[in-house]
Structures are given as structure tokens and as C-alpha cells.
Design a protein around this ligand. Sequence first.
Ligand code: ADP
Length: 633
Amino acid sequence: MSGRKLIASSKSRAAAIALLCLGLAWLSARAQPSHAAGQPEVNPREPRRVLLLHSFGRDFLPWSEYARSIKTNLEQRSPWPLDFQEHTLLTARFTAPGPERPFVEYLRSLYQGRPPDIVMSVGGPAAGFVQRHRAELFPNAPMVLTTVEQRLIDRASLTEKDTVVSVRHDFVSAFRNVLQVLPDTRTIAVVIGASKLEQFWLEEVKKDVGALEDRVSFVWYGDLSFDEILNRASALPSQTVLFWGLMSVDAAGVIHDGENALHRLRSVANAPIFCFEESFFGRDIVGGPMHSIPELGQKTADAALRILGGERPADVKIEPIAYAAPKYDWREMQRWGISESNLPQGSEVLFREPGIWEKYRWQLALIAAVILIQTGLISGLLHERRGRRLAEVESRQRLAELAHVNRYSAVGELTASIAHELNQPLGAILTNTETAELMLKGSAPDLEEVREILADIRRDDQRASEVIRRLRSVLKKAPFEIQDIELKETVREVMGFVGDVASGRKIDLSFYGPADTDLHVKGDPIQLQQVVLNLILNALDATSEVETGKREVSVIMARAGSFAEIRVGDTGPGIAVADLKTIFDPFFTTKPEGMGMGLAIARTIVEAHLGTIVAENQPYGGALFTVRLPLAS
Ligand code: ADP
């Protein structure tokens, strides 16, 4: 190979190398993410790699809740697919943290040449870490330092690729809230652990609360093991409250997950627990002004999306987030006797336990409805019963009136008999008076005989008075009136009326009642007399039709079990079989001048006395009416 050739070939090799370099440079320029130069990404389908760096661990409250809220917000609102890569800065957990170097090396080898699209630190220790190692780890990647108290940010080291989403702890206002809610509080016992971060905060709190020391005294648990803290919390003097700051690592070097630790404290403490972290709210703490998890999640996502969208991180400025409006747990308020009137204006009370009414609303409504319906039914029934009673009283009244009219018509039939009954004693009185006058006109009147005549006159007068009394009692217009009566006597009085009618019609009227037994019933004597009178008059009417043969009417009384029985039988033609069913109907009559009300009234009266009345034909002819009335017990 000649020297020229060699030169030529080395020239062409140099050109080829130059070309290759150019091509590589072009390729590398393409591979370089455009946003690293501050330009917005063009390809919307390419996932954005988000590095999340946790301070204590992914499940450590309160940071875990903030991180979850940030991720949820980002996932919901990001126009790009997101690839979350999460790491935890374990060193923050130790009271004497070991060297960070190995972790830095690990991250460097992981992300070398392929940096994340955005780095997000969660919590104070993580913020400190990324600030310390940014130049070496992620010199060009934008960073969001979030969920960090503003005091923990090293402002001097912030670059134009950094954005801060910080919170502001206001210890004084948190303690003031305790004093407002429980004004008798004398001591606040502050629970803060012993890690570097916690010790920092303990000092900060001590610095801040100087202004309150004339109102309340503070007790610090920073140098106690958690077991010792639990001991003390179970026997606190009255008017003490516990304030939950942080408990990641206790003075004995034991690592705690905040949620479990707080829950253990709550289960033994004899005082209420306050805290300004919303992530602990809802189970163990009373509440108060707290950092809002949704607010921080949303503001952090806002910042991250703006940066991923191409904005310069230094231009994304977010004010430190203060406490949200105070919230309180109703159950804790009940437990510690906290009055709602002590809460600051604009407070929200959550977790109210429903009262008995809210809890069993529909069951109670059902019971109330049933009671209402029952009440309605009962009052309806009572109303109806009253109505029925009134109607009964009224119908009895009407019945009494009708019976009265009916009695008049019956008595009409008795006129001849009554006249005859009255005539007899009156005639005898007249004759006796005339005789006595004649005797007294004589010279020596027989005074003994005159005395006898006068005695006769007196007896006849009494007979006439008796007839009139009976007539009056039958025609008396009296309301239905229940009384204790002896039925034989009542019926016998009726017999006194009709005896003459019967003999006038040549009918043999007989009466039989048991001599040894009284038949006491409860009833209205006038109405019962009316029943018997009607039956006898009907029987006399029927018997009057008999031309040849026996003309007999019999009234027989007896005791039949627990009933008093009155049987009125006759020797008349009897009742046509077809009429037996309708004979008690109103207006049923076979008589040319009949009204057809006698038997209807009789049945109504008997039934009103809880008795029965039956009509039948006797085997040897004639009708038989049987009335049964319950005997008075
Ligand atoms: P009235 O006597 O005005 O007809 P009642 O109601 O007293 O009304 O009697 C109704 C009917 O019953 C009578 O018209 C008669 O046909 C029949 N009746 C009642 N008692 C007897 C009896 N003892 N024998 C035959 N029929 C009778």
C-alpha cells in the first residue's frame, strides 16, 4: 500500500468518522428529552416518569396520606400516562442516621443517563436529601419539594428548576384552639418523637409557645420511650390535654407508624388528644384547625402538571398552605364533654352519631303509622259504638212510643170489659147507698147493718179505684226502663184486664203459674205486660172464630232452665203454615181492621230483654206462642 493511498484512505476514514459523529450527534439530540431544554413535550403518548421520594416510608402517616392524594390528583388530571417510581429515604427513621452515600449511589446508578421527567420529594427529610444531592443526582430534572414545612426548605440552595409546595405549622394557633375548646385546660402534654426531624420540631414548638406560657403550662415527652409516654398518658392530672406532634422514632430508638402509635395512645389516655394533621382525624383525635390533605394534593398536582407541561419551575409559585377551617369529631366531643358552643365560628362537626330517630327512622315511622291507624280504628269503633248505642236508645224510645199507641188500640178493645168492671162496683155503691139512706130514715135504724153497708161501699169503691189504677198503669207513657220484676205478678195484672173480655166472648180463660217459684227477670214491666196483653187478645180473637167446639185460652208460666217461660195457647184455627215465618213481620195482619204491629212490637220487646218468642201450631189445633226471658241471676 503506497503512502498516497494510505493518506487517501486515512482521509476518507476521517470523513466517515466525522459523518458518523454528526449522525450520532443528531441521534443524541433526538434522544435528549426536549423539556430538559425547557420545551414542552410533543409526543403525548409517551409516559412521564415521576420519581416520588418518601421521607419515612410509603405507609407512614401523615405523609402516606398526602402522597396518596398527590398521586390520585395527578392520575386523574394528567394528560399523559404516568410512570410512578417510588423510593424511601430510610435514613430519616433513625435517631443517628447512617451515611447517605450508598443510597445516593444507588439512585445515581438507577437514573444515570435516563433521569426522571420530574422529581417529587414528600416530607422534610426527603426535601433536604434532594436539595443536598440534586447536582449530582438530577442536575436537569425539575423538582417539586412538597409536603414540607416551610422552615425545612433550604432557600439558598433552591434552583430555577425547583418548586416548593410547603405547609405552615402554626403551633400557637393550634394551642389557642385547644384553650378555646376546653377553656379549663391547665397543661398541654406534647408528644413528639426523638428522630432528628422530630427533635427539630420539638425545639421549634418550644420557641413558639413562649407567648402562651402565662395561660397554660407545657410538658414535653421528647425524651421518653413510647411505653413511658403511654404510662404517663393513662394517669394525667385533670385539666390536661395531649397534643400529638409526631412519633416516628421514640427516645428508645423504636420506630413507630404514626397511626398505630396514636391509636395505642388514645386507648389508654385519660385526656383528649389534639393534632393539626387531618390524616389522624376521624378516629382518635378531637380535631381543630388542621392541614387539609386534599388541598395539598391538589396544589402539588397543579405544580407538577404545569412543570410537565413545560413551565419553568421557578415560575410556579405556591404560597405556603395554612390550616383549613377547623373540623371536630362529634364522638370525641361527647366523650370529653366538649360543648359545641365552645367551637370557633365556621367549625364543622363530623361523625355525628344518628339519634334513635335517625337510626330507626323507617321502623319508627312504621310503628307510628300503625299506632295512628289503630288509634283511628279504635276511635272509629268507639264512635260507631256510641252511634249504635244512641240509635238503640232512640229505637227503644220509638218502640216505647209505638207500644204506647198499640196499647191504646188494645185498651180500646177492652173498653166494654173496663166499663163492665167499673159498672159493677159503681152500681153496687149506688144500691148500697140508697139502702142505707132508707134505713136511716126509719125510727130505729139498725146501725150495725148500716155499718156493714158502709163497709161494702168502701170495698166497692176500692175495686173501682183498682180498675182505674190498672188502666192508668197500662196507658202510662213511660220510657224503656229496666227493673227487677216478678213476672208472675206482672202477667197476673194483665189477666185482670182481659178476664171480662174473655167471659163476654164466652171464652174460657185460664192462668197457671208455679205457686212455689217466683220468676224474677230484669225488664220493663209495662212493655212485658204489653207483650202478654197482645198475645192474649190475639188468642181471644182467634178463639172467637170458633163456632162449635172448645173456646179456651190458657196462659201458662213456668221455669225452663235459666229462663222464665210464658205460653199463650188457644183453641182457635191456628196459623197457616206459610204465615209462620212472616207472622212477626211489621204490618202482617189477616184481620180486616188489624194494624199488623202487635207481634212485631212483641218480638222487638222480647229481644230487647234478651229473650225469644216463637209461634207454632198445637197438635190438636190452635196456636201456641212461647215467650222466654232470661231469669235474673
Ligand atoms: P193484628 O192483630 O193487628 O193483625 P198482630 O201483629 O197482633 O196484628 O197479629 C198479626 C197476625 O197474626 C194476625 O192478623 C193474625 O193473622 C195472626 N195471629 C196472631 N195471633 C194469632 C193466633 N193466636 N191465632 C191465629 N192467628 C194469629
